[in-house]
Design a protein around this ligand. Structure first.
Ligand SMILES: [Zn+2]
Length: 208
């Protein structure tokens, strides 16, 4: 495998030592992964053990898409009752004195700051659960780097987008105009390096 793929760690998670010393199963045994060459990649010891911890069984899905696309609805329709949903909007609302008053989806910066920390903690714990549950993470507009990391972790990326006209109408009808900025990022530069202001800007999104 090292002859075929080279000695460089393919996972490159935070803390990577770059030099591959282990075999990483792309699709782990517990998920029916094979022992054939195409299911292996070289990985450094640190990345491999990090990934293993988080792969202990539960499927992680990242739901992306512009604001008002129906991401929460999609999760409601597809999640099992015991699944875990990590949604920064909802975390931020829960941190405000009157959550009902937070309909506009614009929170003060300090609330967002606290919510991002809570979100990281939630992802970190959720991905280590021993219970067999699905994990759903809403991340509206991930940067290309974040997307790559999600893919390396073996997490499924599910884009939800009913089309720009529908989204713009919904935002105009019922949400704050600042949601248009996030929609701009999704439609103008869906693969730009920028993160949505509503989401975690740092690449260190969950490894404790
Ligand atoms: Zn590594």
């Amino acid at each position: 495998m090292l002859e075929y793929y080279g000695r460089e760690c393919w996972l490159k998670l935070p803390g990577c030592t770059k030099v591959a010393t282990t075999k990483d199963h792309i699709n782990p045994h517990t998920h029916g992964g094979s022992d054939r060459l195409e299911n292996f990649r070289p990985a450094c010891h640190r990345c491999n053990s990090k990934r293993q911890e988080r792969k202990v069984g539960n499927q992680v899905r990242i739901i992306t898409g512009p604001p008002a696309a129906g991401k929460s609805t999609y999760i409601k329709e597809h999640a099992y009752p015991n699944d875990v949903v990590v949604d920064l909007d909802r975390i931020a609302k829960a941190l405000m004195p009157d959550p009902e008053d937070a309909k506009l989806q614009t929170y003060p910066d300090h609330i967002r700051h606290v919510a991002i920390g809570a979100r990281q903690a939630a992802i970190s714990r959720a991905t280590r659960l021993r219970e067999n549950v699905g994990i759903w993470i809403i991340h509206s507009v991930p940067s290309p780097d974040q997307l790559e990391e999600y893919k390396r972790m073996g997490w499924q990326i599910i884009p939800i987008d009913p089309g720009e006209r529908v989204v713009r109408d919904r935002i105009a009808n019922q949400r704050s105009s600042s949601m248009h900025d996030v929609a701009d990022r999704w439609y103008d530069k869906p693969s730009s390096g920028e993160s949505s202001p509503l989401i975690e800007p740092s690449r260190d999104w969950g490894i404790a």
